[in-house]
Design a protein around this ligand. Structure first.
Ligand code: ATP
Ligand code: CA
Ligand code: CA
Length: 413
């Protein structure tokens, strides 16, 4: 498990064709979906649109380098979701398709999903399994209502659900493969370095990341591991929020977890990135930008210039409706018991929330339940999972340090 820092996917890369097709499909489908927004109807939650691409192009689709089919799910619903999340339609298209370069995560997770970043690092494309895609479609109505009623939801922001169908050669045979994917928010900022990352589930079973102390590991994000529940407990970490932020955070978390339990979802995590203001940002300038985007100095300058311009734009648009947990540089500042700012910015969200309990987990609960305490394992029914998740996070806000660590200022986050 590594922090998401990718390799550039450009021509010649094994997955270039897949990435190219995904982006071409999004560009055409999303730009097609314009005109006045009408109130959504039940039909919009079922609607799909298909596009066929080939080298010649036709009146519906422009010519494309490769032949493939593209399917867009519930375009009007996602368009409205993007608006609810405050995305500008032109910006969205630009970010995803201005140049056909994405970066791909080095090591995909256990699930076999692939992650791609948009060039400006704002969006993540995640390939998902058919069952996850199905579950999202089935529950899209509830998700949509929840977002509408909870503008500050911590649950992943979904911006688009699509499918690409394309020929892929496998053992010298050509097979048509269907690849489902989601566009969602990158919780982490393009312009600030995240120094520490935790992926927390509230379970302890297998939830430890071995930390590598080698000099290479200290060097930069590319080698920095994502830490888990046992690391969190061992290091006596806590989320430092004063009473105001704590209340907002736990209230929202409770509502979000309740939705996920109702939708029969489990196995999600609280992703928490910590930017240490005092440590600043030197690595991201020199090291990360290079690996993330390109070794080309001109491009690097362009990326830096853009992120400066965005920062200024952000400062100007403080009048716009702000997501509570993205109010400071795209995250939220830690605060003390008097609600005064501390020198840390948290990037928080609930991720990986499309695993339906009934699909995979029942068997796992059975087998593991035989030999382990149900409290510590990760596969428990959604309601139990949610309660345990909430309790863990609630007890992690302003944890009172145990005696042993009390005098060591470094021991407490
Ligand atoms: P598994 O099912 O094995 O847990 P997965 O392939 O479903 O893996 P996720 O759990 O969704 O993958 O994500 C894996 C890692 O990718 C996370 O721990 C986190 O570091 C990073 N990640 C996922 N989603 C986001 C996001 N929206 N913003 C930033 N980082 C993310
Ligand atoms: Ca996960
Ligand atoms: Ca998963």
């Amino acid at each position: 498990d590594r922090v998401l820092i990718g390799n550039k996917v450009s021509e010649g890369h094994v997955n270039f064709t897949i990435a190219y097709n995904m982006l071409t499909g999004i560009r055409v489908a999303v730009s097609r979906c314009s005109g006045i927004m009408k109130p959504l109807t039940p039909r919009d939650f079922r609607l799909t649109k298909k596009l066929a691409f080939d080298f010649h192009g036709n009146e519906l689709t422009p010519s494309s380098q490769y032949a493939f089919k593209f399917k867009d799910y519930c375009p009007e619903v996602f368009r409205e979701l993007r608006a609810l999340f405050g995305l500008d339609p032109a910006d969205y298209l630009m970010s995803l398709t201005s140049k056909y370069i994405l970066s791909e995560l080095n090591s995909p997770g256990k699930s076999g999903s692939f992650f791609y970043f948009s060039r400006d690092y704002k969006y993540i494309i995640k390939t998902i399994h058919h069952a996850e895609h199905q579950h999202l479609r089935r529950t899209l109505k509830e998700y949509y209502s929840h977002v509408k009623e909870n503008p500050n939801t911590l649950i992943s922001q979904f911006y688009g659900l699509h499918r690409v169908k394309m020929p892929i050669s496998f053992k010298s045979k050509i097979k048509h493969r269907k690849i489902y994917f989601l566009v969602m928010n990158n919780l982490f900022p393009p312009h600030l370095e995240v120094h520490t990352t935790f992926d927390l589930k509230g379970s302890t079973w297998g939830r430890y990341t071995k930390v590598n102390d080698s000099p290479q590991a200290q060097e930069g994000d590319a080698h920095r591991p994502v830490l888990k529940d046992l690391n969190w407990l061992q290091e006596q970490r806590s989320i430092q929020f004063g009473p105001l932020k704590k209340k907002k955070f736990l209230q929202q978390l409770e509502k979000d977890v309740d939705l996920l339990a109702r939708l029969n979802i489990m196995d999600y995590s609280l992703l928490l990135g910590i930017h240490d203001v005092e440590r600043g940002n030197d690595l991201i300038d020199e090291h990360n930008m290079l690996t993330m985007y390109s070794p080309d100095q001109n491009e690097l300058q362009e990326v830096k210039r853009k992120s400066m311009a965005e920062q200024q734009a952000r400062q100007k648009s403080t009048m716009a409706v702000q997501h509570f947990f993205q109010q400071d540089e795209g995250g939220i500042r830690a605060s003390d018991q008097f609600n005064n700012d501390l020198n840390k910015i948290y990037y928080i969200g609930i991720i990986d929330c499309l695993t339906n309990y009934s699909c995979v987990k029942k068997l796992e609960t059975f087998w593991r339940g035989l030999s382990h305490d149900l409290k510590v394992i990760s596969a428990v029914p959604p309601r139990d999972y949610g309660d345990r998740f909430y309790e863990f996070m609630a007890s992690s806000v302003n944890r009172i340090p145990s005696k042993r660590y009390k005098d060591d200022p470094n021991a407490v986050e």
